[in-house]
Write a protein that binds this ligand. Structure first.
Ligand code: SAM
Length: 275
């Protein structure tokens, strides 16, 4: 009979002794995560891009209000937040480190863009970013190369900007720098390799990324070299002799206008991919 009473008293005094400590622990906020430059990441460490280069990269990509931007490996969120705040983009960061994701969300709130700047805790190689019009990244050469097939399958005209690292033999469309750091821009080219049938004759085009060469064959068996080719996203232009063609590629159809010579009236043309 006496033991349980003693036990209850001991328990009560133990709790009473703990209470001030518990209250203090509840009142004290958890220490905020402080990122360290060089901290380990899944495939690459965290090193932030300087703000001036972030702005340059977004200008190179011509980010417009309402456009969808993804930053692959978004770190503390600087690119995503700048894209949302200064360019009006709907921007998403994919970041593997959960502490960095929470930090980015806090930074976005502080900058007043919590609604337009979002962060996904995920692996860039397992997260869908195919709806992006603009992709930014600061990774490593072999990671850029690993992403390259996915990027080349994105919508023609998608802009990709990389801090410091290239895409191997896919030449950039533009290079710029700030504070001694370099940024590279690529525009995803439409897929144009193959034989394109027209009303009279056909084109046979060869393609290496945005570089295109080819031959035009008339219906009666004559061949002419396709020259002055230019492919930027889905916009294509080229010449056959004195005739200049400009047009837009939409999957297996190309169409636009053609001038037989500089002062000739523009006529419309179209071609269909047959193989
Ligand atoms: C060099 S930092 C660049 C950060 C930011 N994009 C910038 O330019 O300031 C690379 C970031 O990628 C993250 N990262 C590394 N591997 C990743 C992966 N497989 N998926 C998602 N994030 C990754 C790292 O945690 C780091 O924050």
């Amino acid at each position: 009979m006496r033991l349980p009473l003693r036990h209850a008293l001991l328990t009560a005094s133990f709790i009473a002794a703990l209470l001030p400590g518990l209250a203090a622990a509840q009142a004290k906020p958890a220490a905020e995560f402080v990122p360290q430059v060089g901290q380990a990441g899944k495939d690459v460490i965290w090193v932030p891009t300087p703000k001036s280069l972030v702005e340059k990269m977004l200008k190179m990509a011509e980010v417009k209000p309402g456009e969808t931007l993804y930053d692959l490996g978004s770190g503390d969120g600087i690119t995503v937040i700048t894209a949302a705040k200064q360019f009006g983009a709907v921007a998403t960061g994919i970041e593997y480190n959960p502490d960095m994701v929470e930090l980015s969300k806090r930074n976005a709130q502080k900058e007043g863009v919590g609604d337009k700047a979002q962060f996904i805790r995920g692996d860039i190689f397992a997260t869908d970013f195919s709806k992006a019009s603009v992709v930014t990244m600061y990774l490593l050469p072999y990671l850029n190369l690993k992403l390259r097939p996915t990027i080349l399958d994105m919508k023609p005209g998608t802009r990709v900007v990389s801090h410091a690292f290239t895409m191997d033999d896919w030449a950039p469309d533009q290079v710029d720098s700030s504070e001694g750091r370099t940024a590279y821009l690529w525009i995803v080219p439409a897929k144009v390799e193959g034989t394109w049938k027209m009303d009279k004759g056909s084109f046979e085009l060869k393609q290496k990324f945005q570089e295109v060469s080819g031959v035009y064959r008339t219906g009666d068996g004559l061949s002419y070299r396709v020259t002055a080719t230019h492919l930027r996203g889905d916009q294509i232009s080229f010449a056959v002799g004195s005739a200049v063609y400009t047009g837009r590629v939409s999957g297996p159809v190309m169409q636009g206008t053609m001038r037989a010579k500089a002062d000739a009236p523009a006529t419309s043309w179209s071609a269909t991919l047959v193989k």
